[in-house]
Unconditional design. Sequence first.
Length: 345
Amino acid sequence: MSKHLPLTHHWWITLLLLCIATAKLTPVAAQPTPEAGECHYLQRDAPLQILTNGPNQTLGLEEAHFFIEVVEEIGALSTTQRDDLERQLNAANLLYRDVLGLTPPLLMPRYQRANFIMVILRADQSRGGQAYDEVVRSPTVPDCHIRMALGGQVNAAENLTPAHELFHLYQNAHMMFKQAWVHEGLARWSESLFREDAQRGGAQEGPPLPVNAEALNAVMQASYGAATFWQRLFYLLDSQGSRSIQKELHDKRYHDGSQVVAASEFYGHAFLPLLFASLNEAGATLAHQEQWPVYGWAEAEQRSLRHNRVILSAIHDAVSTYKPIADQPDELRAFMQLIEPMINR
C-alpha cells in the first residue's frame, strides 16, 4: 500500500533512519541535479522524543542511525524485533540492488534531495505498512528524507511487509505509475524472492498470460493478485531461472533460526531493470505531453487506469528489447500480439 505526502498520525513508537546506497550519499544529496524532485515541508508532524542508539555493525548497516520514541502505552520495540527488522531490510536492499540490479532510491533523480530513508513503526496499527512517495522534512525532522511506515509490532521473521514496502520505495524512485496491478502486483511478486515455498510445484512459473482482452482487463483491474501475471511474464523471458542469490544472503538468519532469504531460484532478474527504465521513460514522456512536472503528478493521475495503454507500451518496448520476437516462446509472442493494438505509438 502506498500513500502520498504527509504522515500525521499521533502515535509512533519506533523510528529507524536507514541510509541505503552503494556509495556515500552526502555529495549526491548536497548537489542535486536540476531534474531532482522537490523536498516538501510538512507543517505538522508528530512530536518525537528521540533516543539515539548506535548502528548494529554486524548487519553491515554502517550508514544506519536509529532513533526511538518511547511510548508508555505500548512500549518500545524489543531488541530482537528490531534486529530482525534490520536483517530483513538489509537483505531486501541487497536483493533489489545487487541481485535485481536496481538503482537504490536515494541515487535516483527523484530522491536526490533526500538524505536518508525513515522507517517508522507506528503504535496506531499493529500490522500492514505504507510507502510514502515524496521527499519531506518537518519541524521534527529537518533533514530531507523519504518515509515508509510499518505496524508497530511487526515480526519480520513471520512477515515480509518491511521488504514489500522497501520495494515500493524502489518503484517510486523509478516510476510515477501506481496502478495497483503494477505497484502492488510487482511488490507482491518481490516477496517470492524470500520464500522457498514460492518455488515449489511450478508456482513461480505462474498461470498462462492473458489470451484475450477480457483476461488482460482482469489483470489490469487486479492488485496483489497481478503478481502471478508478472511471475509468468518473467518466467517466459527467463525460463532457465537464476541462482545468483549470493551465499551471504542465504546465510542470514532471524533470531529464531529461520532464513531471511530462503528462495534459491527465481526468474526475471535481468529483465526487471529494463522494465523499470522503460516505465520511467514512459512516465517522463507522458508528463511532457500533459505538461505536468516530471515528479509532480496528481495522486489521481498516478493511479489512473487511463494510463494503462502507456504502461502496456512500456512493457511491450522492454520485452521487445530484451527478447526479440524470433526468440520469444509462442505464449509470449501471442501476448505481445494481443497488446499490440492497445499500445500508444
